[in-house]
Every structure is written in structure tokens, then in C-alpha cells.
Design a protein around this ligand. Structure first.
Ligand code: ZN
Length: 387
């Protein structure tokens, strides 16, 4: 079987050249990877999104049996609009040992370096399968990995280990926080502002609910069971957006508070929701209902990105530490797709080239040193899979 051979650097150039900003399609990149794999006799499974504008790709090299190592990464990148780039973000420029381009560190270099090893993987007879998992829409809430993980769990032999190649400078990360979105919606009663007692002012009620959110935030901050491995060593709570009212002289009917918690592993979102709803029912809603029973307050947990929970001594941790020549693990403050793989019972760690400090910024880069170090990591992985 002979397909096209590319060096890691050539594949980095190629993958960066596809503008896969999350709000655009990733299908050209997926088609390129699929054709490349087909050239080496490797079949790919595509899982399209609802409107068919994007797809996940999953491919296996080696024996069709449970186990093996998944090399996982998202294909989408964050927008360049409004950022001051000194080069074309979708064309790699090398300067002073650094490769500049959107997605170089987050996280196409990892995918490119892994894919560059496909000829090696195909030419050896692998005892351990190696899988590739490429997803869409990670940057807008880890949307692609959800159906992919579900599909793997239901229909495919379960892999033994997942490596998510987000930038860690090739250190091994075994923990990150969970992310939770909450919406608190207040429904008041409209009226003329000259008659405040005849209405229910949704924005002023929101002030009371914000007070409770602040108390929750303070309590998490003052808890003693901090985890110093995280940059913010406690579960943090933050209000990001508030919307309400129509005009100065109208008692506002609606107010919506859009807020989040970034939880240490073990954080229970339902406890926060229950507490908000109990506070409203006990302290706020009775006065609202005395004016109108149509008023109310509802807090909902509308989205969640699961934490990566550390599993000391897991097969993923042990193998990846050996392959990366590392003897300690780290925790990170950003969220990744890792928790979705852990949720289907696959031990998962994060390890990839480049630094998160360069991600999402203008003039994003990955250093050639990091590319080299990841390439050696992959060579050791290939040797492991064929031993
Ligand atoms: Zn990323």
C-alpha cells in the first residue's frame, strides 16, 4: 500500500491552510484527511452534524479489537476577526524557530504530527490498534465530541486510552475543571414606572438573585478543600451577561442572568441550582406572587462540559508519561474534550505540543522544538503499538 508521505511540517502547513473557524465548515479538511488515509488503505468513519456542514472522523489502524490508543483532536479553530495578525493566519510562516498560523498550537500541529505517522503505522503489523478521532465545534462548546463518544460507546470496540492533544508543552495533564452554564430567568409584571407597587420589577428582583450568586461564589472561595494544582484553586462562579427591561418608564417584565461555574472535579451543579431555586421560593417569590401569580424565578443548568477527573496510575497516565518521558502530572484551567471520553469509561489524559498561552491569540505559534518533541513522542507510540 503506498499513499502520499508527508513530513509533520508539510502536514501542519496543509491543515492550517483549511480555514476551519468554528462557524465555517470543516469538510474540506476532513475530505483531505480521509483521502490521505484511503491512500494508505485506512477506512474512515464520518459522523456528520445535523445539517451536514461539518463532520467528525474516526479511523483505526491495526487489529479490530477492543483496546488501543486514540489520538484525539478538534479540527476547528477560533476566529481571527478583530485580531491584529502580522501574517496570513491560514498560511504557516516560519520565523526564528516558530511556526505562526491559526491553529498551530490549538491544535492542528498535534493532529498533523500524528497523521504523519500513518505510513509507519500501516507498514508495521500493529499488536495494539491506533485510532484517530477528529472532531468539529470544540471551540463552541465541545459539540462534535458528544455524538462521537456516544457512537464509540455503542457501536465500536472500546479503546483503552485516549490522548487529547491540546497544548501542554508535551507535559502530561490528568485533570481539568468542569464548565457549567446556568440561566436564571425572572418574570415580573409590566406596568407604568409611576406605579411601582402595581408591578413586579424583574431587574430589581434580579438584584436579589445576584446577591445569592455572590454569596455562593464567596462560599466556594472560602472553602478549605482547595486544589492548589488549579490556577484558581477553588470552584469559581461568574456572571457573564444580564439582559432585561424595555425602557426607563416601563416596569421591566423580564430579566435573564447568564452565569457559569467552573468546578473542581466532584462539583455538583444540581446543588447550586437547588440552592438558587430554594432561595427564590423562600425569600423572593412570595412577595412577587402577592402582586401577581404569573410572576416567577427559574434557574436552570443549561450546559455542561465534564471535568477531567484525575485517575492516578491509570493506563493512560502510565503509558503517556513513559512516552512523553515525564515523571509528574499537571492540572489545567481550560476545558477540553477529555471528560467526554472519560465519561464512556476510557482513561484519558491531555498531552500535546505548544503552549495554551499562545492559543486563541493573534500570531499564534508552535515552536519547531515542540514539533520535534511531539514527533519523537509519536515515534515511541508507534514502536509501543507494534511491540
Ligand atoms: Zn483546543
Amino acid at each position: 500500500m503506498t499513499g502520499t508521505k508527508y513530513s509533520p511540517r508539510e502536514l501542519i502547513d496543509k491543515l492550517i491552510s483549511f480555514d476551519t473557524t468554528s462557524h465555517k465548515s470543516n469538510l474540506d479538511l476532513i475530505a483531505f484527511v480521509r483521502n490521505y488515509l484511503t491512500g494508505w488503505g485506512v477506512e474512515s468513519l464520518l459522523l456528520p452534524n445535523d445539517d451536514g456542514s461539518k463532520a467528525n472522523l474516526y479511523a483505526t489502524i491495526g487489529p479490530r479489537k477492543p483496546g488501543g490508543i486514540v489520538l484525539s483532536g478538534h479540527t476547528d479553530v477560533v476566529p481571527v476577526e478583530g485580531q491584529d495578525w502580522s501574517t496570513d493566519p491560514f498560511s504557516v510562516v516560519e520565523r526564528d524557530g516558530l511556526l505562526f498560523g491559526r491553529g498551530t498550537c490549538d491544535m492542528k500541529a498535534f493532529l498533523a504530527i500524528a497523521l504523519a505517522k500513518v505510513p509507519d503505522l500501516v507498514e508495521r503489523s500493529l499488536s495494539t490498534p491506533v485510532h484517530f478521532a477528529l472532531t468539529y465545534d470544540e471551540e463552541v462548546g465541545c459539540l462534535g465530541v458528544r455524538p462521537l463518544a456516544e457512537h464509540i460507546k455503542r457501536h465500536l470496540p472500546l479503546p483503552a486510552i485516549v490522548i487529547v492533544g491540546e497544548p501542554t508543552e508535551m507535559t502530561v495533564v490528568n485533570a481539568h475543571k468542569s464548565g457549567h452554564r446556568f440561566i436564571t430567568e425572572i418574570t415580573g409584571l409590566e406596568g407604568h414606572s409611576s406605579l411601582p407597587d402595581k408591578g413586579v420589577n424583574a431587574i430589581m428582583v434580579a438584584g436579589e438573585m445576584l446577591g445569592e450568586i455572590n454569596r455562593i461564589a464567596e462560599e466556594f472561595k472560602s472553602q478549605t478543600d482547595r486544589d492548589p494544582r488549579f490556577d484558581t484553586p477553588y470552584t469559581s462562579v461568574h456572571v457573564g451577561l444580564i439582559e432585561g427591561g424595555t425602557a426607563l418608564n416601563i416596569i421591566p417584565l423580564k430579566c435573564t442572568i447568564d452565569w457559569e461555574a467552573r468546578g473542581l472535579p466532584g462539583f455538583e451543579a444540581s446543588e447550586v441550582v437547588d440552592r438558587m431555586n430554594a432561595y427564590a421560593a423562600e425569600h423572593v417569590v412570595p412577595q412577587m406572587h402577592a402582586i401577581s401569580p404569573k410572576t416567577g424565578i427559574v434557574t436552570e443548568h443549561t450546559d455542561e462540559i465534564p471535568a477531567l477527573v484525575p485517575q492516578d496510575g491509570s493506563p493512560a497516565e502510565t503509558l503517556v508519561m513513559a512516552l512523553a518521558r515525564q515523571n509528574e502530572t499537571f492540572a489545567v484551567s481550560y476545558q477540553t474534550e477529555a471528560g467526554y471520553f472519560q465519561a464512556i469509561d476510557i482513561p484519558t489524559v491531555i498531552c500535546g505540543p505548544g503552549s495554551i498561552a499562545q492559543a486563541h491569540k493573534p500570531d499564534e505559534y508552535v515552536s519547531l522544538d515542540q514539533v520535534e518533541s511531539c514527533s519523537k513522542f509519536m515515534d515511541r507510540l508507534v514502536a509501543h503499538a507494534s511491540s
